[in-house]
Design a protein around this ligand. Structure first.
Ligand code: SF4
Length: 380
């Protein structure tokens, strides 16, 4: 098999994940040579093409949802660190991918697999002088020194929690240990960022960290997922939690379960942004009696219908945080209102439209100079 064929066989089996940092989750596109290329957003907002791949599709673990689980019948492929670094460098120099997201199946334990990922990044950085974007996966069971070395080489590191707590993880990935193997490395990432100088990180800054959950395979509620998400944002300073709607894969123990509707995944993203960027706490989110979000409404709108119909927000006096709770007003809209009202009072919906705000979405929940603005009720 050529390197490209090996890469193709690896990425063909990979579960499609949302593009990194895309606000609306989108499936990665495939490059014309049929290897998996998605996108990632750099801190300056520029989108880059990202090769998402594994060092090996062999794995000794047996996570119930995973196409790479031990014993599943398909053709496995493995790269040495040198081969992977050389292959990515060729792809990068051909202009097909500007960055790489490197993960791996686990063979001979997490420590050994982590070493290979680190070796690949070392070769890319030092032999091939690759200064671009590297996202390195931290393997379950990796050691603290390995986490630190990965953080000196990568722009981003990640550990997938997969489930919101120990009992749910046991039903999804029985050989992964939630606290010791998954949460602990995320703690180390944050400890290292807090205690060691930035210049030790790649290009003078420590990497961001992210995680991912599988949604809907083991009966977990949105409340469970979002409670853990909130903790990872507040206590471990994760940049983002990704949510991946479960879809059954043939030849796995969960093959007969129904797929999770994508709309649930999207509602979880919306709610997680409310926790991360809009000052909401998990207790405030509009869960039903089973701990799930409504599927038919975005959670900010559902919250506003419960609380702002009776107590609309006066846009001429509200704080930034209060403004951002109004449907149709985000961080940019709130900043525009705060600036505009220093000059003149906001009087009508036209004033909001001029600021680029979705005034029809906001109208039912606001006061302008003490009055409820007249607005057309949506018939849909
Ligand atoms: S450890 Fe990773 S690659 Fe292996 S079965 Fe579990 S999820 Fe799949």
């Amino acid at each position: 098999m050529s390197s490209l064929e090996k890469l193709q066989s690896l990425t063909d089996q990979m579960h499609l994940e949302p593009s990194e940092d895309a606000d609306c989750p989108a499936m990665p596109a495939k490059h014309k040579n049929d290897v998996m290329v998605g996108t990632a957003a750099l801190p300056n907002g520029r989108q880059i093409k990202l090769l998402k791949t594994l060092l090996t599709s062999a794995c000794e673990r047996n996570c119930y949802y995973c196409p790479f689980r031990a014993g599943r019948d398909f053709r496995r492929a493995t790269f040495t660190p040198d081969e992977m670094a050389e292959t990515f460098t060729a792809i990068n120099r051909a202009g097909a991918a500007e960055g790489v997201f490197l993960s791996s199946g686990i063979i001979r334990g997490g420590i050994s697999s982590q070493d290979k990922l680190i070796d690949t990044a070392e070769i890319l950085r030092h032999k091939y002088r690759f200064n671009g974007y590297i996202h390195l996966k931290i393997m379950p069971g990796a050691e603290r020194a390995q986490v630190e070395r990965a953080m000196q080489l990568a722009n981003r590191v990640s550990i997938n929690l997969e489930a919101p707590n120990t009992s749910r993880l046991e039903k999804l990935a029985p050989r992964k240990q939630f606290l010791d193997e998954l949460i602990q490395p995320l703690r180390w990432v944050e400890e290292i960022r807090r205690s060691q100088p930035q210049h030790l990180g790649w290009n003078g800054r420590w990497p961001s960290s992210v995680t991912q959950f599988v949604v809907g395979a083991v009966g977990e509620s949105d409340l469970e997922l979002l409670e853990t998400t909130e903790k990872t944002y507040r206590q471990l300073r994760l940049q983002r939690a990704y949510f991946s709607a479960f879809h059954p894969i043939e030849g796995t123990p969960l093959e007969n379960l129904p797929a999770t509707p994508l709309v649930r995944q999207n509602r979880l993203y919306e709610a997680s942004f409310l926790l991360r960027d809009y000052g909401f706490s998990v207790e405030e989110l509009p869960f039903d009696s089973h701990g799930n979000l409504p599927l038919n409404l975005d959670p900010k709108l559902a919250w506003a219908e419960m609380y702002l119909n009776e107590k609309p927000v006066e846009l001429n006096h509200a704080s930034r945080q209060e403004l951002m709770r109004v449907p149709g007003i985000g961080a940019k809209g709130a900043a525009a209102i705060l600036t505009a009202r220093q000059q003149n009072k906001l009087q009508e919906l036209e004033d909001l439209k001029r600021l680029g705000i979705n005034s029809s979405k906001a109208a039912p929940f606001i006061l302008l100079n003490g009055k409820k603005p007249a607005h057309q009720l949506s018939l849909i």
